[in-house]
Design a protein around this ligand. Structure first.
Ligand code: ASP
Length: 334
């Protein structure tokens, strides 16, 4: 089993700019790929504080007041966009969201021209989702402000992996030593890739459970165990993360039929018996019930952490915005 990390889909190393000595020595959050355990732990620690704040009646702080956040989404989103908006607002930023349907992107403006236009408005945080792997990194090079990757193609979705990590840490006490299954359409999933990097960095044992057609070409380099049989892969698992079939990223036929897929790869109560008794079931959403997961498993309050993942998403995104704007706020206060 190799633990060598690969550069996903020509996804270059993120810029490391602030001085050393910082717990999070990065200007942007473009992926998990280049984060060390200290940086990951720091974001999770900060997020913990925001979980408490978010459960109070009064949820707002002035931490980032006066700063501007733009959410630029070239792909659809429910959870990620809403939680970035809520996160920014709770921290006191002026938060504006722009999606492709309502912008000049529809009129043919290139992504980089859009970036230049937004840059001229002096935002302090830009949150970007794009369908192409590496697009957010490219855009970050044109921006003066902190850029957060909210999902790029099949490359990375770092805040999803962080919110998953926070969920596991809170439910299981730690990530280290847990046996974590990631199952389904791994090949097209940025969620899977970011999770593999993060869980490996934090000392979990990662298993991929999927048909060979739904595994990425570089699977041997990811430092994971691979199973092509659901019950075998689930044996003794502490956590199971199910993935959606990403039809929008598939070119050609990867599966015989959805019925057959559910039969072999859908997470049912029966299959889950192979996992440990206190197994935690997770899904990044949106879920396709009856395809990759049975409804009674998704809705089982004792085992499913799916709603908690959404809750952790707000706290994690607040932590990312907070940490990435710290130097800026310090400068402004001087
Ligand atoms: N919401 C996640 C993403 O944007 C997972 C999914 O779409 O299936 O990648």
């Amino acid at each position: 089993m190799s633990t060598q990390k690969t550069d996903p889909a020509s996804y270059p190393r993120a810029e490391v700019s602030p001085p050393s000595g910082h717990l999070f020595p990065h200007k942007h959050l473009l992926g998990i790929w280049n984060l060390d355990p200290t940086a990951i732990k720091h974001l999770l620690d900060v997020a913990e504080g925001y979980v408490d704040l978010n459960r109070q009646a009064s949820k707002s702080t002035e931490t980032c007041s006066g700063l501007t956040q733009i959410n630029l989404f070239f792909e659809n989103s429910t959870r990620t966009l809403m939680s970035f908006e809520i996160a920014g607002k709770r921290l006191g930023l002026d938060t504006i969201s722009m999606s492709t349907g309502t912008s000049s992107i529809k009129k043919g403006e290139t992504m980089l021209d859009t970036a230049a236009t937004l840059n001229a408005m002096h935002p302090d945080v830009l949150v970007v989702r794009h369908g192409d792997s590496g697009a957010v990194k490219l855009l970050s090079e044109k921006m003066d402000c902190a850029v957060i990757n909210a999902g790029d193609g099949r490359a990375e979705h770092p805040t999803q992996a962080l919110l998953d990590a926070l969920t596991i840490q809170r439910r299981k006490g730690s990530i280290h030593g847990q046996t974590i299954v990631i199952s389904g359409d791994v090949a097209h999933s940025r969620v899977a890739r970011s999770n593999i990097y993060l869980l490996n960095a934090m000392g979990a044992r990662v298993r991929l459970v999927a048909p060979p057609t739904l595994l990425p070409a570089d699977v041997d380099l990811l430092g994971v165990e691979v199973f092509h049989h659901m019950e075998q892969g689930l044996e003794g698992a502490d956590v199971v993360m199910m993935l959606r079939l990403q039809n929008e990223r598939m070119q050609g036929a990867f599966l015989p039929s959805l019925r057959e897929y559910y039969q072999f790869w859908g997470l049912t109560r029966e299959k889950l018996k192979a996992a440990s008794d206190d197994v935690l079931v997770m899904h990044p959403g949106p879920m396709n019930r009856g395809v990759e997961i049975a409804s009674d498993v998704a809705d089982d309050l004792d085992r499913s952490a799916i709603e908690e993942q959404v809750e952790m998403g707000v706290a994690v995104r607040m932590a990312c915005i907070d940490v990435l704007t710290r130097d800026l706020r310090k400068e402004a206060a001087q």
